[in-house]
Design a protein around this ligand. Structure first.
Ligand code: ZN
Length: 134
């Protein structure tokens, strides 16, 4: 458990904001910074901050949850197509499960992800909610 803390700490920055990787060869933006562009295999990749805005591309309602997520049942996991192009998987929040629609505009928001371990260590990260920012 103690070993997880430094790792969580290091990942905090990338969880608080969304970063992707832009290929300097073909311009394609990936949802994470990779050493090589998945489209053209160019290795000239630069980190780029993503707006966190997009729309629901597809989604599923989850009635079972992995350990640590039980308090959220039922919840929606969606493929969110970001306005920069990449599609990422994220939980949808702040909306009734029945009201989630394909094509719904959404934006990223910082939320509690899960609580794990006897010490109740809480992990925060991004989820997506119906778009409210102009
Ligand atoms: Zn490329």
């Amino acid at each position: 458990m103690a070993l997880q803390l430094p790792r969580e700490w290091r990942r905090r920055a990338e969880r608080y904001r969304l970063f992707g990787g832009r290929c300097l060869g073909c311009g394609r933006i990936s949802p994470s910074l990779r050493p090589i562009c998945p489209a053209c295999q160019d290795d000239r990749m630069e980190e780029v901050e993503l707006s966190g805005r997009g729309e629901v591309y597809s989604f599923a309602v989850m009635y079972k949850a992995p350990e640590g997520f039980e308090q959220d049942i039922p919840y929606v996991v969606a493929l969110v197509k970001l306005e920069e192009g990449p599609v990422i998987t994220a939980q949808i929040t702040d909306v009734a499960v029945d009201d989630v629609r394909v094509g719904m505009p959404v934006e990223s928001v910082l939320r509690q992800w899960r609580q794990h371990g006897p010490d109740g260590h809480i992990v925060y990260g991004y989820k997506f909610r119906p778009a409210q920012r102009p």
